[in-house]
Ligand binder design. Structure first.
Ligand SMILES: Cc1cc2nc3c(=O)[nH]c(=O)nc-3n(C[C@H](O)[C@H](O)[C@H](O)COP(=O)(O)OP(=O)(O)OC[C@H]3O[C@@H](n4cnc5c(N)ncnc54)[C@H](O)[C@@H]3O)c2cc1C
Length: 308
């Protein structure tokens, strides 16, 4: 049957690429569907990756290119398309994109996550006019200017350190009085003399003129006091939202929208596996996403054997 496979992998990030490599090595007929047409997922937006074994200090882009080279070398078939739904037909699944439908025996969902938003006045209005969700993509536009980074985890701290290299002043705005980021990152941040931490504060408004952000309004969560901070840019790094909208009501999700799956990556739908940032797990990183890709294919192979 045309467009019919043993496995379809949804997403071309680290989890999807790892799954594709394992599937090809296992001799499965497979297709990878990636909505952007570019491999790498969130890693493409990472300036430097310093915790992937064997490749210390590699840029996110270079790591993606290395993974892509490996995927290409294995002869993985890739098509551009956004998966909109999966239809369960028992031993066969129909995977539907905006362009075509594909028949498959197993699915590895590895569609990762996207940036969470602040949800405050001005955020939508100034998106691309000073509001950004990617410091490595947009940081260069703010050379010599003042910016705010919002968040307290690894990504927020990495963004602040990255921006401190070129911006005149970086304010890191965090709603608590301590950071969640890794100790080594915090040490690097505290060594930047142009970074100022604004503790116990949330952004209540982003404002500016017709062209560009000019300020953020802050609210101190302890005192309730409001202040206005002059900045030219706002980098939002307040977490991620799993890309699981398409599977609501079809596959079990937790209250935050993550696909419920353990290390074997099996989901509530037989023959469908979840790998990477979108599944319930303690640590969302490149190395754990890649590990999931391998585990998902191993589980899928056992499932395929049970069909014979
Ligand atoms: C700024 C930043 C810095 C980071 N730094 C590090 C770091 O230093 N070290 C580290 O280990 N981790 C880091 N991370 C986390 C790491 O990038 C993620 O854990 C990892 O990328 C997760 O991989 P994934 O394959 O699960 O998902 P993703 O990387 O999110 O990839 C998912 C892919 O699926 C595609 N997709 C989405 N929806 C669909 C659909 N419906 N149809 C088809 N395709 C779809 C997307 O386009 C994307 O290519 C960082 C993340 C960010 C944002």
């Amino acid at each position: 049957m045309e467009n019919s496979y043993d496995m379809i992998v949804i997403g071309g990030g680290p989890a999807g690429m790892s799954a594709a490599i394992y599937a090809m090595r296992s001799g499965l007929s497979m297709l990878m569907l990636e909505k952007t047409g570019i491999y790498g997922g969130q890693v493409l937006n990472t300036y430097e990756v310093d915790n992937y074994p064997g490749l210390p200090g590699i840029s996110g882009f270079d790591l993606c290119m290395k993974m892509k080279e490996h995927v290409d070398k294995m002869g993985v078939l890739v098509q551009t398309g956004t998966v909109q739904k999966i239809i369960d037909q028992g031993n066969l699944k129909l995977v539907c994109t905006e362009k075509a439908n594909y028949v498959t025996k197993t699915v590895v969902i590895a569609s990762g996550a996207k940036h969470a938003k602040l949800g405050v006045t001005g955020e939508e209005e100034y998106a691309g006019m000073g509001v950004s969700y990617c410091a490595t993509c947009d940081g260069a536009f703010f050379k010599g200017l003042s910016v705010a980074v919002v968040g307290g985890g690894d990504v927020a701290v990495e963004d602040a350190i990255f921006l401190a290299r070129t911006c005149e002043k970086v304010y890191l705005i965090h709603r608590r009085d301590e950071l969640r980021a890794a100790r080594s990152l915090q040490e690097a941040l505290f060594a930047c003399d142009n970074v100022e931490l604004v503790w116990d504060s949330t952004v209540s408004e982003i404002g500016g003129d017709d062209d560009m952000v000019q300020y953020v309004r802050l609210k101190n969560v302890k005192s309730g006091d409001e202040t206005k901070l002059s900045v030219n840019g706002v980098f939002v790094a307040v977490g991620i939202i799993p890309e699981t909208e398409a599977y609501k009501g079809l596959i079990e999700l937790d209250e935050k929208g993550y696909i419920v799956a353990k290390e074997d990556c099996a989901t509530s739908m037989e023959g469908v596996f979840a790998a990477g940032d979108l599944r319930t797990k303690a640590l969302r990183q490149i190395v754990t996403a890649a590990a999931d890709g391998a585990n998902a294919v191993t589980s899928a192979e056992k499932y395929l054997a049970s069909l014979r």
